[in-house]
Ligand binder design. Structure first.
Ligand SMILES: Cc1ncc(C[n+]2csc(CCOP(=O)(O)OP(=O)(O)O)c2C)c(N)n1
Ligand code: SF4
Ligand SMILES: [Mg+2]
Length: 298
């Protein structure tokens, strides 16, 4: 059975596809965000995850504008601040899938401090990093991931600064799940998101994304020509070996696949197990309060 047939037989695909809206489509033609969102919907359908059991947390940016193109429980946070928001949602809703999406500007510039602590705490969240190597929504300025020398808005002579290597940063933080995929391969993205949805801790999915309007260096065509698959290139690659992972990402070749996985790490929720016997869990602290009288005074 093909993936498409499996999705149809899963019976819930319509939850992710039957969405009509009067909102104006704000993504440019050919933007990588379309296929990323499509792959995420496919992954959720294939995993049989009911839309009622998912909360989507979006950062600000073109990637964040996915929030009005998806029906379900969606929250649109502040720029660079979606990770603490998503962690808070998960603390209050342990049994709900929390999916968090943010751009490279949000993740490695404005919100760089938050990604450190999200990984350190291993919050059980699927994090999709939309890496288009620029500030798309604000019309193509350099982010901390724009390659040196690229001519961008506000840097017409070329970016003078060396970029960060996002996966070097992530791997230095002792993560539990790191994978890389790319918007030009829907099947690969779907499978990667499926794996990440089944991880019990923080799943960092580096998603290489084309931005045809402002990113003229790593284009859709460039990715099609340059992506390589870890499984094919390195049949003996061991994703549980952090040093192998660090060596793999110290490279400009966009190798796709499972880069690092530590299934033995105790997840954040497991580390809270002792609270069951002592304090209430956060979700138990939420009380229903009638605010009617208060509202009447406003
Ligand atoms: C704290 C803060 N700083 C700056 C902005 C302005 N701003 C909005 S979106 C954006 C760039 C978004 O880039 P990125 O996070 O990479 O997302 P993309 O649009 O590329 O998907 C900026 C600088 C803001 N809204 N809030
Ligand atoms: S500016 Fe770039 S990232 Fe934003 S919608 Fe257009 S193509 Fe996509
Ligand atoms: Mg960006």
């Amino acid at each position: 059975m093909t993936n498409t047939q499996q999705i149809a037989s899963a019976g819930i695909a319509h939850q992710y596809t039957d969405y009509e809206t009067d909102e104006v489509m704000t993504w440019c033609g050919g933007c990588g965000n379309y296929s990323i969102q499509n792959a995420l919907k496919r992954a959720l359908s294939l995993e049989g995850i009911d839309r009622a059991n998912v909360i989507f947390c979006f950062d600000v940016g073109c990637s964040g504008n996915g929030s009005d193109k998806m029906e379900g429980y969606t929250i649109h946070g502040l720029h660079g601040r979606v990770l603490p928001l998503a962690a808070g949602v998960k603390m209050a809703q342990h049994n709900t899938h929390v999916i968090c999406e943010a751009g490279d500007g949000a993740t490695f510039s404005e919100g760089a401090g938050h990604v450190v602590h999200a990984i350190r705490n291993d919050y059980p969240v699927l994090f999709i990093h939309h890496d288009n190597q620029n500030y798309g929504l604000t019309t193509g300025q350099c982010s901390s991931l724009t390659p040196k020398g690229c001519k961008m808005n506000a840097a017409p002579e070329g970016n003078p600064i060396e970029p960060l290597n996002p996966l070097e940063v992530v791997l230095s933080l002792k993560p539990s799940f790191v994978a890389r995929t790319c918007c030009v391969d829907t099947e690969h993205m779907t499978e990667t998101f499926q794996k990440a949805l089944n991880h019990k801790g923080f799943a960092f999915v580096e998603t290489l994304q084309s931005c045809p309007t402002y990113n003229k260096h790593t284009t859709h065509e460039w990715y099609v020509e340059n992506i390589k698959f870890i499984e094919k290139e390195f049949p003996d690659y061991d994703p549980t070996d952090i040093w192998q992972a660090r060596k793999l990402v110290d490279n400009t070749v966009p190798y796709l696949g499972m880069i690092y996985h530590n299934p033995k790490r105790e997840s954040f929720l497991e580390s809270l197990a002792h609270k069951d016997k002592n304090d209430p869990m956060l979700i138990d602290e939420v009380q229903q309060v009638d605010v009617g009288n208060f509202m009447a005074t406003l």
